[in-house]
Design a protein around this ligand. Sequence first.
Ligand SMILES: Cc1ncc(COP(=O)(O)O)c(C=O)c1O
Length: 401
Amino acid sequence: MNYLSQVQDREKSLLCNTYNRYPLEIERGYGARLYDSEDNEYVDMLAGIAVCNLGHCPPEINKVIREQADKLIHVSNLFYQTPQLDLAERLLGTCDAEKVFFCNSGAEANESAIKLARRYMRKIRNTDAYEIISLHNSFHGRSLATLTATGQGKGKEDFAPLPEGFKLVPPNDIQAMEHGFTSATAAVLLEAVQGEGGVIPLDEQYMQEVQALCRENGVLLIVDEVQSGMARTGKMWAHQHFDLSPDIFTVAKALANGLPMGAMLANEEVSQGFEPGVHAATFGGGALVSAVADQVLKTIQDRDVCAQVRDKGSYALQLFQALKQKFPNQIREIRGIGLMLGIEFQNSAKEIWKALLDRGYICNLTQERILRLLPPLVIEKQDFDNFAKTMEDILLQNDKL
Ligand SMILES: Cc1ncc(COP(=O)(O)O)c(C=O)c1O
């Protein structure tokens, strides 16, 4: 029995069966490279699903981890502590939001947003508006409320009864959105770029019309930046490409480059929906994760990572467009913004995904046909050159079949 089979058997006997894993045991990583337990090297085109945006084990982040761990890791939110405030200040300096609530994950950040929207409507606006409108093909998390708001995936009803007060409408259809509005509508929740849904940026005009519709009707706009935030798209927040100013937006994944952390940001007015005792998170904004996230944001700013992402992203898009022109019978569409890239194939891309893995490239396959690339933002252009050459080789062989 080989080593990987032993690990697989061990896991089977120990863990709940929730993940289909890639046939790799990853042992270490540096920058945009991962190494398995046999010391094979892989180019990481996934970054822990848009988490390790600064790459694996960046020295300046590890230094902060060590230093803060030697000082203070966690105290309860019963106490004041500076790392949380330093982070809040830096985070709020990147956007229009004015207040922040810290938590631990994307689902939790979205739960917080939903709770804030509902409580703001009841307590500040004195209206019984509670309904959250989200989009088909969206992904917002796996807690019961965020699962209900999610517009894709199978088996939702197996978890019934699902919470009430959620409605789904098709994306890029402003009339459907308008028809969805009632006096019970509290907020619209959307991703500016649908990630799990296949790297689909929403139409700019649609987004602006949704924002205008929300303003006219006193409905809140919540943007889920869990995957698209933290410079991933070439701006700190994807909604900044669309000139939006959401009432609330959420972040997680890359915030602390791999340590679990989430945040919900809101404007001053809407933030008044919360008061002590109505919402909290034990680990939220702990000293260690806050110090790390502060350094992550600082590094992004100091190195102008956003400009690099725009440059590398358009470089990669050109390479992929050229591949599409060469193989129109295999590649249907190239999409993306910054380093959130999708290559949609005409048919299942499972074999292509596997062939890439065998040749040392870790990518993600979503919706069966879409290769989703979310590399660490520190990836080099040369990695894209080599990736495109490898892909060309694989597609040429497919053409011959
Ligand atoms: C857009 C979006 N929202 C929310 C989530 C949920 O985040 P988490 O897994 O940290 O709960 C994800 C995770 O993939 C996501 O992509």
